[in-house]
Design a binder for this molecule. Sequence first.
Ligand SMILES: Cc1cc2nc3c(=O)[nH]c(=O)nc-3n(C[C@H](O)[C@H](O)[C@H](O)COP(=O)(O)OP(=O)(O)OC[C@H]3O[C@@H](n4cnc5c(N)ncnc54)[C@H](O)[C@@H]3O)c2cc1C
Ligand SMILES: NC(=O)c1ccc[n+]([C@@H]2O[C@H](COP(=O)([O-])OP(=O)(O)OC[C@H]3O[C@@H](n4cnc5c(N)ncnc54)[C@H](OP(=O)(O)O)[C@@H]3O)[C@@H](O)[C@H]2O)c1
Length: 655
Amino acid sequence: MADASNMGFNIYDDVPTSPLSYNQDPRSNEAIAETIFNQHAQGDIMNVPGWYAACHSLTRAFPKLVALVDPAMVGRGFELFDLNGDGILDLDEFVGGVRELLEPTSVRAKSLAKRLYAGRIHEGQQNFSHVKTVAIIGAGVAGLQTARALSKVGLTVTIYESRGNVGGVWRENYIDFGLQVPKELYEFPDYPRDQAFKLSAKATAEFPKGEGVQEYIESYADEFGLREMCEFNTAVQELRVEENGDHQAWTVVYDHRDSYMRASVKKEERTFDFVVVATGMYGWPPHMPLAIGSEKFKGEILHSCTFTDPKCAAGKKVVTVGGGKSAVDNAVAAAKYGTESTLLFRTAHWPVPRNLLNLVPFKWGTYSRFGHFMLPAHYDGSCIKRWFHDALRPVKWVWWRIVETMFRVQFGLSGDLLPTVPIEHDVFNGGQILSYEFRDMLKQNKLSAFKGSISCFTEDGVILGNDKEIKCDMVVYGTGFKKSYHMFDPIVQRKLHLEKDGLYLYRNIMPPNVANLAFIGSEVSTFNNILTQGLQAQWLQRVLCGQIFLPSPGHMSRDLEIDQAWKRSWMPPTNARASIWQLHMMQYHDTLCKDMGTDHRRKGLNPLAEVFVPYAATDYAQIFHGTETKTASHVFMIVDGLLLTLLFLIYYYLF
Ligand SMILES: Cc1cc2nc3c(=O)[nH]c(=O)nc-3n(C[C@H](O)[C@H](O)[C@H](O)COP(=O)(O)OP(=O)(O)OC[C@H]3O[C@@H](n4cnc5c(N)ncnc54)[C@H](O)[C@@H]3O)c2cc1C
Ligand SMILES: NC(=O)c1ccc[n+]([C@@H]2O[C@H](COP(=O)([O-])OP(=O)(O)OC[C@H]3O[C@@H](n4cnc5c(N)ncnc54)[C@H](OP(=O)(O)O)[C@@H]3O)[C@@H](O)[C@H]2O)c1
């Protein structure tokens, strides 16, 4: 047997110790950095692959640097370390870089260290007793209702609003914009129009125009002193995670704007315990899928949200792109104020008439529990409920075909204008409740509508995919909106888990993995948004007061995965699918009510009213006034049971 001592180096007896050049104390930061360098360097230099591995070791040794491995940071870190820019690191650069990141002295290192701190953001938490100050971004109906709910429980609220007034989308929008629903389906639950002080006839019309809705919102802001909480003409640019004692806080970085929306050079900042993003779903940035050659077009190109002045259409031939509510309204406006109007749409969508069969207001079919029951079932129901949904599937199918036939006749839909997607799915694209203006203008040849898209622009018009040319002086893109999360550092954006079909949040409000942050109204869309946002604000108020206890981040994420799988199994694939509830709003409102420990059935003890009478904001008023009494739930459980048994027996004998 060979003698180990003759075989050269014996790892058991002679562990080589490379003498530390920086600090003899192996626990010092320099010594740890040097050890990591030696571990990953090749010889006495470290290349980029070695750097990636070293970053992982650094984050384990220095938790403060945990975000160094984030794809957005790993390159920035290397640049900071590589002082002479030769693409390799030597020991001095590496140890110096670590020292500089841990205790930054240069401007570059300070800014990088701040960003790395964002990566240490806490996961969503359950205790909010530290929250005293709240920043709300946006003074639309969502931001205002949140400010009212949170200030009511003693929190200090500041609303940052980039424009000079409250109101959001209602402050200014395209020509003739207005409510698509009757006024009782768009009001503050704790401030119905009939209790508002001195509203003009415009604000109380059956279907108020934008100006009337804005007047009502301003009256709400004045009544509850919400304007005093607003910092107007102040646009939030950045939300930065900050250490604040033993809590994490947000520093809100903002600039001031003048009336032309020009930003001042100077940025200011203020730190808050909690931030609410209430920047809206349909405000900014506009989605403008411009076709090629737009630069040579001599006419004007607008987005629906900037098509605000009838004079700009005067004497013009206008082409409108899109098949949603904005595009249809823009095409009608162009026909009224221009000389020629053409609507170009990619997909035809089902319009919903204001009155079913010109008799019954549509809310009876869509805002009632009966209407909700006829939709594709939500996954969150008892097995009896699911059994009923399955058993009644053929009945539901027939019901929707009858509805389609009704709408087809009412709107005279045929050819390209006849949608191919079943209506019970199509309404989850956004939905559009129309008067007969568009239909009548088509009939009278005052406007034309084609399925198609712009292939390219010419100097004086557009060429479609089928080579057809349309001469025009103006093109309006009614193509909806995108979402922007630029306020958050890319590291935080990754923690929000943005998906192609939107941002999935717990109850469409809280991100499971980012603490002290909520979204009100900006990640949810229903057929009664003002009520939905109001309920969200009440829910958030109870979370911050400790009356609703949130599940752990893991449980929240699991809930989101189920929601995501359900939506992806049948809802139209849009970039906002995560936010879409539309007619399933009944289910969403029920969930919020249950979380708040209040009755979700709100029609008293009359089961027929509960099933068939449409729900509106007034049904929820008690929650907002804090005068809630829990009465109906138990009675309803018994009535439910009896009704279900009755339905079962009817079905059993009929089929
Ligand atoms: C033309 C139109 C008609 C509609 N009709 C209906 C309807 O009939 N029924 C219905 O339920 N819904 C309707 N909606 C949907 C509507 O978006 C909601 O009802 C609701 O008004 C949205 O309110 P919000 O506060 O969430 O957002 P917004 O009204 O968009 O308000 C967001 C606010 O945030 C501000 N903001 C944004 N970014 C920043 C920043 N970085 N810093 C500071 N401030 C910022 C904006 O200036 C804005 O004031 C309609 C939407 C449009 C566009
Ligand atoms: N109360 C009101 O009067 C009113 C008025 C306006 C808006 N709103 C609400 O505000 C929200 C936004 O409505 P919106 O109409 O502005 O936007 P939208 O509902 O998102 O519709 C956008 C339209 O643009 C089309 N589009 C998108 N990209 C396109 C492309 N590259 N080429 C061709 N077409 C393209 C879409 O076509 P596809 O369908 O094929 O995807 C869709 O028809 C909706 O919830 C709506 O109900 C309400």
